[in-house]
Design a protein around this ligand. Structure first.
Ligand code: ADP
Length: 273
């Protein structure tokens, strides 16, 4: 870190003159290192479910005379397989986001619709855990629009909301609030869950970083959710931040640049037809 990498090439030689081309390769070196680390992480993370599946297949084979045990092992294999599928899907999603710094074709996105989509998927899980999941969409007279990719924004909000529900106890509340203004659309996801120790706060956005690996695995976590949120925000020119206190809960805040009203709307602000 903080190291500069330069490339030096002799571009031309003529008589007494030498033309040296020096370029800054710090960025490309960093990209290369990120890619290498990612491959190492990914192969390590894939090993766990794959060896789990191998063991389960062997156990199933040994238990072929006990239909109840076979049924149980088959169920556990299905759980491992869906975890593996989710891991692969998130790896693909994250590597795509890491390669591109920006979005190809941003379109106008209604953040409120993204919040509704994200929450719809989660309502059943929250109800099952007796967690009161509420949304506040802010002053509806103020548009909550950004330029970007609605699927990615929905994924980012859903990842935060899923964590809020996963790391909270029954009987607590999870609130998602949209706060639009002229410059920014802010989305706040607040829970009253277990919180994150101060020492881990800075690192939770790193891929595969988990505060408690066993707990994350038991909730079906991949350790990639927050890394995806961070990259989605960066690709939209925004950012994500976190406040948390152990035993009190956590608040994650996404801030995205608001889409500016079109010129003709600015020229006729009173025209609402
Ligand atoms: P995971 O798939 O493990 O949830 P994430 O990248 O989404 O991975 O989160 C990284 C880690 O941050 C989690 O393993 C968990 O320890 C911690 N974390 C994330 N969100 C919360 C939250 N709302 N409350 C408590 N801990 C959280």
């Amino acid at each position: 870190q903080g190291r500069l990498t330069i490339g030096v090439r002799v571009a031309a030689l003529s008589g007494q003159h030498v033309l040296l081309l020096i370029d800054d390769r710090t960025h490309s070196r960093r990209v290369e290192e990120t890619r290498r680390d990612f491959v190492v992480n990914v192969s390590h993370e894939l090993k766990t479910p794959v060896s789990g599946l191998t063991l389960l297949a062997e156990a199933m084979d040994d238990a072929r005379d006990d239909p109840e045990a076979v049924h149980r092992f088959a169920g556990r294999m299905r759980t491992e397989t869906s975890r593996l599928a989710r891991l692969v899907q998130e790896i693909v999603e994250l590597s795509r986001l890491q390669v591109a710094d920006t979005l190809d074709e941003p379109v106008l996105v209604d953040v409120r619709a993204c919040v509704k989509d994200a929450v719809d998927h989660l309502k059943v899980v929250a109800d099952g855990k007796r967690i009161d999941l509420t949304t506040a969409l802010g002053d509806l007279a103020v548009p909550a629009q950004v330029y970007g990719d609605s699927n990615l924004i929905t994924t980012a909000i859903r990842n935060l909301a899923e964590n809020a529900v996963a790391y909270s106890d029954p009987g607590t509340r999870v609130g998602i609030t949209v706060l639009p203004d002229e410059d920014l659309v802010t989305i706040v996801v607040k829970d009253q869950g277990r919180g994150i120790p101060a020492a881990d706060l800075e690192r939770v956005f790193e891929r595969f970083y988990r505060v408690d690996a066993a707990r994350s695995r038991s909730t079906g976590g991949t350790g990639l959710g927050l890394a995806i949120v961070k990259h989605v925000c960066a690709n939209h020119g925004g950012e994500v931040s976190v406040w948390s206190e152990e035993g009190q809960g956590s608040t994650f805040t996404i801030r995205l640049p608001a889409a500016r009203p079109a010129i003709h709307q600015l020229a006729h602000p009173q025209d609402t037809s």
